[in-house]
Design a protein around this ligand. Structure first.
Ligand SMILES: [Zn+2]
Length: 197
């Protein structure tokens, strides 16, 4: 039994390597639509930390977003309905603590295949008639960033109490108070004294 296992080992290691190689080289966000029939096609993704690994400039680095892409293909027209739901790890604008912000959203991307190129919009782009595939990863990335609101504050806890880190807020309060004290301009004080006289 031991010998058999040993004999199999190199082969399975090779197979493992091949699988890793395939996973690395195949981009799940590259949709080869030319080979698809007209009609609906569904693609499921979980956008997580790995998705942001090569996006060092991205504000978002930690997230888990379940994404369902429904592609409706017809002649020279691809319509992507993209539904997203999950969490994005952000820092609170008020206390600075990290928390998981719940997000969800839905968007539509229309891809028109035409040789009359037109200016791409936010949700409508053109592809040449001989194109056979489209990489939707950048579109998904943009949609993820749009899920976050401008202001991110800890939600209140289930019992209705403050969601922010109380200790951090205390420290911040002290800092702002100090900041305001030192903001007083001595010339202004002098002016006030003159007025008093
Ligand atoms: Zn907070």
């Amino acid at each position: 039994m031991y010998r058999v296992l040993n004999a199999m080992k190199p082969q399975s290691a090779e197979m493992l390597q091949a699988t890793i190689f395939m996973k690395k080289s195949s981009n799940p966000y590259l949709i080869q639509f030319a080979g698809l029939k007209n009609g609906e096609h569904k693609f499921d993704y979980v956008i997580d930390d790995a998705f942001f690994k090569d996006k060092e400039y991205s504000e978002i680095q930690h997230a888990k977003i379940f994404t369902l892409v429904t592609l409706t293909k017809s002649i020279n027209l691809l319509v992507f309905d993209i539904k997203m739901e999950g969490i994005i790890n952000v820092s609170c604008d008020r206390c600075g603590g990290l928390f998981n912000f719940p997000v969800w959203g839905e968007r539509k991307l229309v891809v028109s295949q035409t040789n009359d190129r037109f200016e791409d919009g936010d949700d409508i782009i053109s592809l040449s008639l001989d194109a056979s595939e489209i990489d939707i990863s950048q579109t998904l990335y943009e949609y993820v960033t749009l899920l976050l609101p401008q202001r991110r504050i800890h939600p209140a806890k289930e019992d209705g109490t403050e969601g922010c880190d109380a200790d951090a807020l205390k420290v911040l309060d002290k800092l702002t108070a100090k900041g305001e004290e030192s903001k007083t301009d001595p010339r202004w004080d002098a002016l006030k004294n003159i007025k008093k006289n």
